[in-house]
Design a protein around this ligand. Structure first.
Ligand SMILES: C[S@@+](CC[C@H](N)C(=O)[O-])C[C@H]1O[C@@H](n2cnc3c(N)ncnc32)[C@H](O)[C@@H]1O
Length: 273
């Protein structure tokens, strides 16, 4: 282990999650001075602290210690034979197709593509697709799906917090992923996606939003607070200067985790004019 690295990793993850040193310290029940010392390299966390520290930072002990390989709580879901999210493309894919039908190989970027069902669907329809996800097992499965469908997708494993798009895309798409983006980074992320969209191109995004009358999903307990629903309408605000084609908020039933519950979701398809 490179002893100097762990403090940098802690600081980086903490900032990505939008936490102050004090907030991280409170979650770990330690003093903020201890966090400060880790981050400036004058002390290392105690070994006994590492499991909790990794959980709070939504990472692994290996990653904290600088070993490569990211493991997420989606990995185990994706390590099965069957496709966790099924193989049917998301409804939003058809909405996208209506707006920009594949009359030419439009460039699509799918962020948090999971096991690749939507990316493969777009590629089969004739789009030129780049897609990434933080989960290695998800990307492996996505590649198999592309192979099985004899289609080509540029799949790779990456963390949205490290990834910066190169060049422009015609369609930037993300479904079920943006609730991992901390409040403090949303505006900047949307602005970067907008900048990397060609004129006439679209961004198609959905986000879980919180409503005071909808209880927290039972299976989101124990996620270390990583899933952060957006404010209702927040996503729309970041795109106020684009043309809205679809701007909807809906409440739907969900059975994930085996207990019936509800979610509220904002969906936006907006075009850069
Ligand atoms: C609810 S799943 C949606 C998967 C896919 N978009 C779909 O609809 O089938 C959320 C996905 O976001 C991915 N994800 C979570 N945090 C991420 C991050 N920091 N960078 C990239 N992908 C991430 C997860 O691994 C997971 O595959």
């Amino acid at each position: 282990m490179d002893g100097l690295k762990i403090g940098e990793v802690i600081g980086k993850r903490r900032r990505e999650l939008g936490l102050t040193q004090n907030q991280l310290a409170q979650r770990l029940n330690i003093s903020f001075q201890a966090v400060s010392k880790w981050e400036n390299g004058t002390a290392y966390p105690d070994v006994a602290t590492l499991p909790n520290l990794a959980a709070v930072l939504n990472t692994t002990i290996d990653s904290l210690l600088g070993y490569s390989g990211i493991v997420t709580d989606y990995d185990s879901r994706y390590r099965t034979e069957e496709y966790y999210w099924g193989l049917k493309p998301n409804r939003i894919c058809y909405d996208i197709m209506k707006l920009l039908p594949p009359v030419k190989p439009y460039r699509v970027l799918d962020i948090g593509c999971g096991e690749g069902k939507d990316a493969v669907f777009f590629a089969k329809c004739g789009y030129w697709v780049t897609a990434f996800d933080i989960s290695g097992p998800g990307i492996e499965k996505a590649k198999k799906l592309a192979e099985h469908n004899q289609t080509n997708v540029n799949f790779f494993q990456a963390d949205i917090f490290d990834f910066r798009p190169e060049g422009e895309f015609d369609i930037i798409f993300s479904s079920g992923m943006f609730h991992f983006i901390p409040e403090t980074q949303r505006e900047e992320l949307c602005s970067s996606l907008k900048n990397h969209t060609a004129t006439g191109g679209i961004n198609a995004l959905n986000v879980f939003v919180r409503k005071p009358f909808i209880a927290r999903a039972p299976d989101s307990a124990g996620d270390g607070g990583q899933r952060r629903p957006w404010r209702s309408g927040e996503l729309f605000g970041y795109y106020h200067d684009w043309l809205f084609h679809i701007c909807r908020e809906e409440i739907f039933d969900c059975m994930s985790g085996g207990t019936p519950h509800k979610h509220c979701m904002d969906t936006l398809i907006a075009q850069k004019i």
